[in-house]
Design a protein around this ligand. Structure first.
Ligand code: PEP
Ligand code: MG
Length: 905
């Protein structure tokens, strides 16, 4: 026969932690606490399977099947608690709580009933036995209110207040009370009658006096609440299957509000903010759990040490502290000692920091809940390392304890905790690049540099950024754009710089002419202070203090372990020697993507670039390219040097040429003057470069195949740089990458140019270097024909930014307009430009890898789209057998940890 009900209490339990699926998380932990000798109010758990039965077969059949077991379980609870359910004798009655508890926590989504068992008879016994009439009647009226609401479905009329609250207000008004706490027992008795009448009037049924009827009604309500709107919505959001069902936990009530010898509180076995091994928490004497969190009374510290620290911060004298806010350690030393032992025991048992709830009823300690506690990124790292060193967990477990994304908190500035409390959010955009920034608004790159030169902190605000804004971005504390998604120029570049960026904030309307932006009609002028949270996308009014991160020793230890356990390498996307060095210091093993064009705006290069673009014929272009060659060679020497001995993937020119042209009249005129041609000619050329779909236009290898001289120059710059370094005794490893190919022919044509140039350079220099020629796989057709492509390519690098764009048909630059709405409506689970779409785009990646390796067994495969630094995507890359992932410098530690975790899992 199937067992439906599992009891616990008095140091015994029929369930245990491992039975979470059947008993729910809460039920399983309540059982486990009993088994390890922690005092828990007795009770029982009705299984999740019964919930499923209830929803399929209905109430009658289900309750008939479990009736006997529930009655036995209530009897066992009575025995363990030495109390009688619905007592008619003069013994203290057994009062129950009825709570939901699914496999995974669904906080506040389902129903709860407290103080069950109260009725016209038991209330009198409770009053007498507790010696506290007010407490008894208050508990009773709370029960009727909760039961009326949750079980009997009493609701407010449209546009009116809650009918129970109306009754409370009536008495308050009559008596001139301000607070509920002023109610006398007589008032509460009146309220009980009024509440019963509300139920009768609203439902046509009487409030049940029979405790058994109360119990069955409550169990049905909790099962039913699995299918309430809130719970269904929550399940959709978190992908929790409907068929899991919830368990029902029925447990003896204990009271922290029974007088001066009672208390209730919450505690953590270690410091959730810093990770230090310090027991801490808050409690209140003569109070219920909700009073601790409600903030009406000031909660007191549990330990004396914590209390002393708190008093010092709050400027409270030692005398006042002792008299009004003593710690639990001082106020109830015996119970405190027991609590301290219990917390240690629970942490040792669960081998993780625990978040506890407890109640002290008349000098006796009861534990109501234990679960693994939430913590900051820094605390996560410290606890994992400490627990490993204490011998509590092994290395692999320690590695898995740190959520990779949380490392971000250790790498970037964050807002000061106190300062952010008062900050006012004015709008929200996409969390494009993490960190916190505060500064004065400027609207263009030159001004950013100018203000910065005067020692000001600035935030650069643009509709969107282009490579022209690079220097301005570099000197800004943060960047805000009103358009663009997670792979927009601003987002990609900011992440590379490790700079805070909020992109695609649609409510921000930028007006360059007026030098202001507006949100909801309110204007922010040049020089006004704003603050950005690049981790959440929030934009704040004014200045908010930030604090710089510290890379403590524990972080290094986690990174060393990552090295030990990883199979894949982590490379970086870096365009400058500086970025390459940053990434190298974070442990990057090479460069997976150097976007050469990102250096075109350095110094005077842009002039030569523009000259090349504006040239009318090949010879004109060649003349301009001559000028660019030494610059590019110098760039590549710097980068190859910074990553000496490691592979450095340098990509040939990729973006459409119009990105580099002067677009306003003034710069067009200036350009014309410099080139000695009429301004009209410049204007006409710029206009001729206009494309309707630049992302699908004349870009990538299409440039190199229509203008082979560009590829020739770039290949020469790379190979010459490598030869020069080799002559200096270094070990450069260039890998030349052709972007945006769709057919093998496109790659083949580029490869021939590169190989011819390389042969020439080797001859000229009398030095040879090893180099590879490979390609990006970022057009679906390249993935579909990867076996053909691999005949030519020596490596593949998946450009999942473009691959996502072209597989979904979502423009990278315009998706910011609809993606947030798609996410809100549940049409997409994640932004596919952030989290790799494994089901769709992932198929192309997997197929491309397999097909590629079918033609070339040892083909080196990596990824260089933004997904290369996102943990779930990194795990996917590991699974499909990639050799490396590549990501922006500040994501390197995250990717390294994620890669090691993927391998451990
Ligand atoms: C990509 O498309 O994924 C990629 C890395 O190239 P880019 O972002 O420069 O187009
Ligand atoms: Mg691309």
């Amino acid at each position: 026969m199937t067992k439906h009900v599992y009891t616990f209490g008095d140091g015994k339990a029929e369930g245990k932690t491992e039975m979470k699926n059947l008993l729910g998380g809460k039920g399983a932990n309540l059982a486990e606490m009993n088994l390890i000798g922690v005092p828990v109010p007795a009770g029982f758990t009705i299984t999740t399977e019964v919930c499923t039965k209830y929803n399929q077969e209905g109430e009658e059949a289900t309750f008939a099947a479990i009736k006997g077991e529930v009655e036995d379980a209530v009897r066992a609870t009575e025995k363990a608690m030495n109390a009688k359910f619905g007592s008619q004798s003069d013994e203290f009655p057994l009062l129950l709580s009825v709570r939901s508890g699914a496999r995974v926590s669904m906080p506040g989504m389902m129903d709860t009933v407290l103080n069950l068992g109260m009725n016209d008879d038991t209330v009198k016994i409770v009053a007498e036995k507790s010696g506290n009439e007010r407490f008894a009647w208050d508990s009773y009226r709370r029960f009727i209110q909760m039961y009326g609401d949750v079980v009997m479905g009493v609701e407010a009329e449209k546009g009116e207040s809650d009918p129970f609250e109306i009754e409370i207000e009536k008495i308050k008004e009559e008596k001139g009370y301000k607070l509920d706490t002023e109610f006398t027992p007589e008032d509460l008795k009146k309220l009980v009658e009024a509440f019963k009448k509300v139920i009768k009037d609203k439902t046509g049924k009487a409030f049940p006096n029979d405790p058994w009827e109360q119990l069955w009604g409550s169990v049905a309500a909790v099962f039913g609440s699995w299918n309430n709107k809130r719970a269904i919505y929550y399940r959709r959001m978190h992908q929790i299957p409907d068929e899991w069902g919830t368990a029902v936990n029925v447990q003896a009530m204990v009271y922290g509000n029974m007088g001066k010898n009672s208390a209730t509180g919450v505690a953590f076995t270690r410091d959730a903010a810093t990770g230090e091994d310090i027991f801490n928490g808050e409690y209140l004497i003569d109070a219920q759990g909700e009073d601790v969190v409600a903030g009406i009374r000031t909660p007191q510290e549990i330990t004396k040490e914590g209390s002393l620290r708190w008093a010092k911060r709050a400027g409270i004298s030692e005398e006042q502290r002792k008299a009004e806010f003593p710690s639990l350690e001082e106020a109830m030393p015996v119970v405190y000692k027991e609590l301290d032992e219990v917390q240690q025991k629970l942490e040792d048992h669960y081998k993780d920091m625990q978040d506890l709830e407890f109640t002290i009823q008349d000098g006796k300690l009861w534990m109501l809940q234990t679960r693994n506690g939430k913590r900051t990124g820094a605390a996560m790292v410290k606890m994992a390392v400490d627990m490993m060193e204490e011998g509590m967990i092994d290395e692999k477990t320690a590695m898995l304890r740190v959520e990779p994304n949380r490392l971000d908190e250790l790498l970037h500035p964050v807002f000061d905790k106190e300062a952010i409390k008062d900050a006012h959010t004015i709008a929200k955009g996409l969390p494009a690049s993490p960190g916190a920034a505060t500064g004065r608004v400027v609207f263009d790159a030159d001004e950013a540099e100018e203000w910065k030169g005067r020692g000001e902190k600035v935030v650069l605000v643009r509709t969107e950024t282009s490579p022209e804004d690079l220097s301005g971005m570099n000197v800004s504390e943060g960047i805000l754009t009103s358009r663009g998604g997670m792979t927009s120029h601003a987002a990609v570049v900011a992440r590379g710089m490790g700079k805070c960026c909020v992109s695609g904030a649609g409510d921000v309307v930028v007006n360059y002419a007026k030098k202001e932006f507006t949100v909801d009609g309110k204007a922010y002028k040049e020089g006004d202070w704003i603050s950005l949270n690049g981790s959440t996308g929030e934009i704040y009014d004014g200045k908010v203090a930030t604090i710089d991160p510290e890379l403590a020793g524990n972080f290094g230890q986690i990174m060393e372990l990552a090295e030990k356990y990883t199979r894949m390498d982590v490379r970086t996307n870096a365009d400058t020697p500086h970025d390459a060095e940053t990434a190298f210091n974070f442990g990057a093993k090479g460069i997976g993507l150097c976007r050469t064009e990102h250096m075109f705006f350095e110094g005077d290069r842009i002039k030569a670039v523009r000259e090349m673009i504006l040239a009318n014929d090949e010879s004109g272009r060649r003349k301009a390219l001559e000028k660019l060659l030494p610059w590019q060679r110098e760039d590549f020497e710097g980068i190859l040097k910074a990553m000496d001995g490691y592979g450095v993937t340098i990509r040939l020119l990729d973006p459409p040429l119009h990105e580099f042209t002067p677009n306003d009249e003034k710069s067009q005129e200036q350009m014309a003057k410099e080139l000695g041609i009429p301004a009209d000619e410049v204007k006409a050329k710029v206009e001729s470069l206009h494309e309707f779909n630049p992302m699908l236009g004349h870009r990538g290898c299409r440039l190199g195949n229509t203008y082979p001289e560009i590829t020739e120059m770039q290949a020469r710059a790379i190979i010459e740089a490598a030869c020069n370094l080799k002559s200096q005794g270094l070990n450069p490893k260039p890998e030349i990458m052709v972007p945006l190919i769709g057919t093998v022919g496109e790659l083949k044509m580029q490869e021939e140019i590169i190989r011819n140039v390389a042969a020439d350079v080797f001859k000229e220099k009398g030095v040879e270097v090893d180099y590879l020629v490979g390609t990006m796989i970022e057009i679906p057709r390249a993935a579909l024909t990867a076996d053909e492509v691999a005949e030519v390519a020596e490596f593949f690098s998946f450009g999942t930014n473009d691959l996502t764009q072209m597989t979904f048909g979502y423009s990278r630059d315009d998706a910011g307009k609809f993606l947030p709405i798609y996410l809100e409506k549940g049409l997409l689970k994640n932004d596919p430009f952030q989290v790799l779409d494994q089901t769709g785009v992932g198929q192309l990646v997997e197929m491309g890898t397999e097909k590629g390796r079918s033609a070339k067994k040892d083909l080196k495969v990596g990824i260089c789209g933004e997904h290369g630094g996102e943990p779930s995507s990194v795990e996917f890359c590991h699974r499909v057998g990639m050799n490396y992932v590549s990501c922006s410098p500040f994501r390197v530690p995250i990717a390294r940890l994620a890669a090691a975790q993927a391998n451990i899992r």
